[in-house]
Design a protein around this ligand. Structure first.
Ligand SMILES: CCCCCCCCCCCC(=O)SCCNC(=O)CCNC(=O)[C@H](O)C(C)(C)COP(=O)(O)OP(=O)(O)OC[C@H]1O[C@@H](n2cnc3c(N)ncnc32)[C@H](O)[C@@H]1OP(=O)(O)O
Length: 217
């Protein structure tokens, strides 16, 4: 539902939902490119001021109709979570890489990724909070495809080497064991040659009201 000028509008019935998601994903991608352009720009100050004014106008146009509910969320028949607005994997969320996760027949997960200049923490390297966020999400996804969807209880991260941005990397994760509603998952981010940069272990807890709700087929 969206609220506009005192009216409530059900956009799902007002248009083609798939085309709308594609349009939003394109907006998300353009905004990612904008963010990196802002981070890297060396244009003159008057140009920066002019672009800022144009962006303020564009922001106002988008704010004309605002969503008041969370983005749609579903678990596919294979246990794969789909959440278009997610901060890590959501194609319509400019904060998201977006992380594109594949599941293997063994119910482990993998994602090829490249961080962006806007993820910089230490000069020239990726911020540790960003890599922890990627690990949190990927490990949570691995728990879900293993039939143990849950919320992060604890996440432990070991930073073994600095993480570069703008270079291809591989993130992988696998569920290792469960006890009741608690599940443990291991994961890592590595260079293409296998050199591990970041390792993580997470404990995911299935809330009581999720039990049996998100089981993969
Ligand atoms: C849909 C698919 C999504 C799929 C999603 C796709 C990937 C997304 C991944 C992103 C994940 C996130 O960022 S999630 C967002 C970050 N996480 C959160 O916001 C979680 C906030 N915390 C909570 O909501 C709650 O505390 C829960 C759900 C974690 C646990 O609450 P609860 O269910 O009431 O748990 P409770 O009965 O007290 O405890 C059950 C058992 O777990 C233990 N336990 C409880 N909390 C913790 C903890 N933090 N660390 C260690 N152990 C804990 C207890 O000691 C107990 O052990 P015993 O006595 O039985 O031995």
């Amino acid at each position: 539902m969206f609220y506009y000028g005192g009216m409530t509008i059900d956009l799902a019935s007002a248009g083609n939902a798939e085309a709308r998601q594609a349009a939003l994903a394109a907006l998300g991608q353009q905004t990612r490119e904008l963010i990196d352009a802002v981070v890297l720009t060396e244009v003159p100050e008057d140009e920066i001021t002019s672009v800022t004014a144009e962006l303020a106008a564009l922001t106002g146009r988008l704010r004309a109709l605002r969503r008041t509910s969370p983005q749609p969320f579903e678990i596919g028949p294979d246990g794969t979570p789909r959440h278009v607005g997610n901060a890590v994997a959501g194609p319509v969320n400019p904060h998201a890489l977006p992380l594109i996760i594949e599941s293997t027949p063994e119910r482990t997960v993998r994602a090829e990724l490249a961080f962006r200049p806007s993820h910089e923490g230490p000069p020239g390297w990726v911020h540790g909070g960003v890599t922890a966020m990627i690990m949190d999400h990927l490990l949570g996804h691995a728990a879900a495809v293993a039939g143990s969807a849950g919320m992060t209880g604890t996440l432990s991260v070991r930073y073994r080497r600095p993480v570069p941005y703008g270079e291809p990397l591989l993130a992988t994760a696998e569920h290792t064991r469960s006890e009741g509603r608690k599940s443990w998952v291991d994961g890592r981010i590595a260079l293409p040659d296998g050199t591990v940069l970041v390792e993580a272990t997470g404990l995911f807890i299935t809330p009581s009201d999720w039990v049996g709700r998100f089981d993969p087929a």
